[in-house]
Design a protein around this ligand. Structure first.
Ligand code: ADP
Ligand code: MG
Length: 296
């Protein structure tokens, strides 16, 4: 029997008054992005692979949505389609009602790998998109310094990426993405390469940034704690084919802090995610045959 089984956990479906009120408020906000039956098939040597099958969900303004699922379930494919870097074979995606097909300034992207331009300093990296848009240099410089202030890197404006730690590089990447004032910030396992302590501080920092900036966040992770700590809702994907198993309204109150990791609502949500993701992985490995879809 696991520790969670011995503890009296609330249902992850139970919401306190504060959490219910927050979801009621979120549901009144306009829909920023809508995914409708998004599918993607790849051809492989063994035949066609259905990486994503009919994925549908809506994202409200300034919502924080995570997508979680085992390796290979189509998370990166999904976010790359949203970013316009990959096409879908079926379905559609709209942002503010307009169908998206290619990359655009309405979407900013932060990847796991460090994608800064090594030959530009920190400030120049953050200014890059603004300069491309034709913003005059003094204005772009001022804006870049404001974004660097927000991510706590003012003193590093003249440093080059090679002189920064992994966490600092990701902060620059976040500042660079936000400098273009996107409607949606797309993040594909952005903290996956960081050590545990840096990762925890980046998570807290991201929540602080999100509180200050009017931006909607679609965040990919395979870390259960990270998904619960950050998100309003968690889209749980299963593999082969990549499809939605459940969308969880996170029952943990905001503002979030690390001592909530051991709260009943947090643990109950984690247990549900474990059931959906890890138990299925384990039984698949042990050859338990075809798995039923747990919930819709
Ligand atoms: P995740 O990010 O969840 O680990 P991916 O989106 O990277 O998953 O991959 C989902 C599935 O699609 C995997 O089976 C992967 O092998 C396959 N896939 C992804 N990209 C391609 C591609 N360009 N060509 C062929 N198969 C691909
Ligand atoms: Mg991936």
């Amino acid at each position: 029997m696991s520790v969670e089984d011995r503890l009296e956990l609330p249902s992850y479906l139970h919401h306190s008054e504060a959490v219910s009120a927050r979801f009621a408020e979120i549901r009144k906000r306009p829909t920023v992005m809508s995914l409708s039956a998004v599918s993607r098939q790849f051809d492989s040597a063994e035949g066609p692979v259905l990486a994503l099958s009919k994925v549908s969900f809506d994202v409200r303004q300034r919502e924080f949505i995570s997508v979680i699922g085992p390796s290979g379930c189509g998370k990166s494919t999904l976010i790359r389609i949203v970013a316009g870097l990959e096409t879908c074979s079926g379905g559609s995606i709209t942002i503010d009602g307009r169908e998206v097909g290619e990359p655009g300034a309405d979407r900013g992207m932060v990847f796991q790998g460090y994608t800064l331009f090594p030959w530009l300093n920190v400030k120049q990296n953050v200014m890059f998109g603004l300069k491309m848009k034709g913003v005059p240099k003094p204005k772009a410089e001022r804006a870049a310094m404001d974004w660097l202030d927000l991510v706590g890197l003012t003193q590093f404006a003249n440093h080059y990426p090679a002189q920064l730690s992994g966490g600092m590089k990701q902060r620059v990447a976040i500042a660079r993405a936000l400098a273009n004032e996107p409607r949606i910030l797309l993040m594909d396992e952005p903290f996956g390469a960081l050590d545990a302590q840096t990762r925890a501080s980046m998570q807290a920092h991201l929540l602080k940034i999100w509180k200050t900036v009017d931006v909607t966040i679609l965040f990919i992770t395979h870390d259960l704690d990270e998904a619960i700590y950050l998100s309003d809702r968690i889209v749980v994907l299963g593999a082969h084919p990549g499809r939605i198993l459940e969308i969880i309204d996170v029952p943990v109150t905001r503002p979030r802090h690390s001592d909530q990791f051991l709260s009943g609502h947090f643990l109950a949500t984690k247990k549900r995610l474990e059931q959906l993701i890890h138990d299925r992985e384990t039984s698949a490995k042990h050859g338990a045959g075809k798995l039923a879809i747990v919930a819709a």
